[in-house]
Design a protein around this ligand. Structure first.
Ligand code: GDP
Ligand code: MN
Length: 349
């Protein structure tokens, strides 16, 4: 077989190891996708990229979840693309509906008001169910109970670089519980009272707060107000056992009681991020710089030319969002005392 030209350079990223099945152990982990039948071609694109860049050598399973039954086209297409085993689950009604304590009229008025104010997804009921499901339920779906770690994949994402190692193994071996590639500021209008609810939770459950937490990532005034920073949850590699822990469940249930999934439009991204920031120690949150990623409209493209060459990346470094003004990743680096990559100053606008 013809050797890849890079395999003969000193910068050899181990090309010959990237052919065939990767050696080494597998973790108890799965990809997970929430999708509608109509998302089939958009998720097909995502799967193809995840497989080409990583999973064809690792063959991890993939769980698909839907509030309606998956149709045969969806199952056929996705099964043909995934190198591991595929599983298809329906979401129980209790996990995709209004809890009994929600005032339907109040929720409806909020949607009408948000529609008028042109707040993105502000008028949508299904989007709210989706955000509540991703915040509180996906990790306890019966199909997910078989696993300890998950990697969330959405329709229409791109992966721009080869992934040379097993991110699940990084999570396990480095005792990480949550990870991200992009972070940014949330739309204030969608989470007006989320921090009030969070503060109430902190008062009621001081026992759940991690001693070395990342409050500084979330707040600029010692916890008085939320600075809107969050990890973008359309990409996540994380611990299911953490999400199933008493601490996380108490947090979710406290928020759910307050009703903001329906009286506002709380997203699962700020919910997961606030939980990670408060319930985990700093060293349990991981930034996957090597995983180059796009979900409309933001790109994470690793800083540093040699890295991009080694990983056969096809992203334009100018598109990298990390160091731009609307990203919170700079703050994450500061809070964690991490060295910023060479050349980051040139990517700030
Ligand atoms: P955005 O990324 O915030 O713009 O939201 P998306 O439209 O990408 O939705 C987030 C995730 O939830 C994606 O994986 C969608 O496929 C999925 N999703 C959104 N709405 C629904 C829904 O009503 N039913 C199902 N089954 N999945 C949904
Ligand atoms: Mn999306």
């Amino acid at each position: 077989a013809k050797q890849h030209p890079l395999a003969m350079t000193p910068a050899d990223p181990g090309w010959n190891d990237l052919v065939g099945i990767a050696p080494g152990p597998r973790m108890n982990a799965t990809f997970v996708t929430l999708a509608r039948n109509s998302d089939v071609w958009d998720i097909a694109r995502s799967i193809r990229q995840v497989e080409d860049r990583f999973n064809r050598r690792y063959n991890y399973d993939w769980v698909f979840l839907n509030d309606k039954p998956f149709d045969s086209t969806f199952k056929k297409v996705t099964t043909s693309l995934v190198s591991g085993n595929t599983f298809y689950g329906e979401i129980p009604t209790e996990h995709w509906s209004f809890p009994s304590w929600i005032d339907q009229d109040k929720a409806k008025k909020v949607r009408e008001d948000m529609a008028e104010r042109k707040i993105i997804y502000g008028d949508s009921i299904s989007y709210r169910h989706m955000c509540r499901f991703e915040s509180g339920f996906f990790f306890r779906h019966p199909l997910m109970m078989n696993y300890e770690y998950y990697w969330r994949v959405e329709p229409s994402i791109e992966l721009f670089c080869d992934i040379h190692y097993d991110p699940f193994r990084v999570m396990v071996e480095q005792k990480k519980k949550y990870s991200f590639v992009l972070s940014l500021y949330e739309y204030k209008e969608t989470i007006t009272t989320l921090w009030d609810s969070t503060k109430k939770f902190m008062q009621n459950h001081p026992e759940h707060l991690a001693p070395d937490n990342s409050l500084k990532f979330l707040s600029d005034d010692g916890g008085d107000t939320y600075n809107l920073c969050h990890f973008w949850s359309n990409f996540e590699v994380g611990s299911l056992e953490w999400l199933r822990s008493q601490a996380y469940i108490d947090f979710f249930e406290s928020l759910d009681q307050d009703g903001g999934f329906f009286y506002e439009r709380w997203g699962d991204a700020p919910v997961h991020s606030i939980a990670a920031g408060l319930l985990l120690n700093k060293d349990e949150i991981h930034f996957f710089n090597d995983i180059a990623y796009w979900h409309v409209p933001f790109t994470h493209c690793p800083t540093g030319e040699q890295k991009r060459i080694d990983l056969r990346c096809h992203c334009n470094p100018k598109d990298n969002f990390d160091w731009k003004g609307y990203s919170c990743t700079n703050r994450f680096f500061d809070v964690n005392g991490m060295d910023k990559p060479e050349g980051y100053e040139n990517q700030q606008d």
